[in-house]
Design a protein around this ligand. Sequence first.
Ligand code: APR
Length: 243
Amino acid sequence: MSKYQRIVILSGAGLSAESGLATFRDTDGIWKQYDYRDVATPEGFQRNPHLVYEFYNARRKSATQAHPNEAHRALAQLEKSYPGEVLIVTQNVDNLHEQAGSSNLIHMHGDMQTMVCTNCDAVLPWTKDLSDDLTCPECELTGGLRPHVVWFGEMPFEMNRIADALSKCDLFVSIGTSGNVYPAAGFVAAAKHVGAHTVELNLEPSCGASHFCECHHGRATEIVPAFVQHLVSGQPFEQCQAA
Ligand code: APR
């Protein structure tokens, strides 16, 4: 009988860092090159849509050239082989979890491989560049397409489903996130409130590290496969890490 029956995993940009995708708040992070108010808010899009299109077109291009790493693959393997439920809630807008084989997955901040039409609300797969002269395949109106991602000041997706999963989980694992942005940064408190064991796997202690029962710091491609092996085998994490 496995120790945990319902596992919720929160992932952030640090999980995709070793796939070559920039994080946001590291020294070479995205918010060191751009002001988030210009490229990740509705007001910024209103002010200068061309800059926002360019920002996401460049990120989408690098995301399509990236590949899942050992940490993504270990999480997909956990979902397949673990007898309990494994739900991944990702803040990431790349599709590396899907490429690694994860399917029980919520993109709470959306994903760059889809677009939304602001005229008819259609959400459609979209891997090409976006611009303001494109026609929506649904309503055939021009100029209303934007990346289907959640900007600052907008409500993340599927919050009811996430809250329900957190209220029933017995293990919450936070991977590769700095714990700077709510509501995701508050998930550990929700999990602890229902008695779940809480684990942080991150390169360095996050802002919320003190809220976690257990922390392991290191590169995701090392500590995530080790932690998955620890969950599946029941062996101590340290032994799995050494292997
Ligand atoms: N392995 C593990 N963790 C890593 C690695 C790595 N190789 N590289 C970096 N990290 C850690 C950093 O130490 C940092 O704590 O990943 C975290 C990344 O933090 P952020 O850059 O703040 O990214 P994230 O937490 O995902 O941001 C949350 O903020 O701007 C918004 O919408 C954006 O979804 C994003 C949200």
